[in-house]
Write a new protein. Structure first.
Length: 129
């Protein structure tokens, strides 16, 4: 057993990439939700979104998703948009289409089904105060 003790910190590091190691309140998988938020959280982890986007307001390479839904976003063009379902889905599928002021177009585009997009949006909606 002692021979495998070195694996424990590695396991915590891997689990920590999903945000819930730092904030157990963000773990929606135990709450079966008809909105798909639990499935969205699973996709968020599986697609590696947490590598760049935080869900608790901390700074990383990309904007935090905490409090994003419904917020007014100023784009690099000066235009203002609301972070609603359509904006979030477009930002996932075509990240360079509307870039928030102060950010860069370095997120790769993703291919996802409508059900996956809906689940991710449902999860993002839960990331609020």
């Amino acid at each position: 057993m002692k021979a495998f003790a070195f694996l424990i910190p590695i396991m915590f590091l891997l689990v920590g990439c999903g945000e819930t190691a730092l904030n157990p309140a963000l773990d929606l998988n135990s709450q079966q939700s008809s909105t798909g938020a639990g499935e969205g959280q699973t996709l968020f982890r599986a697609k590696g979104c947490g590598t760049c986007h935080s869900v608790d307001g901390t700074k990383r390479g990309a904007p935090t998703l905490f409090g994003l839904y419904g917020r007014e976003i100023e784009l690099t063009t000066g235009e203002k948009v609301t972070a609603d379902d359509a904006y979030i889905k477009e930002s996932i599928l075509t990240p360079a289409a509307k870039i928030a002021k102060g950010n860069f177009a370095d997120m790769p585009p993703f291919t996802m089904s409508e059900a996956e997009l809906n689940a991710l949006v449902a999860y993002i909606k839960t990331l609020k105060v």
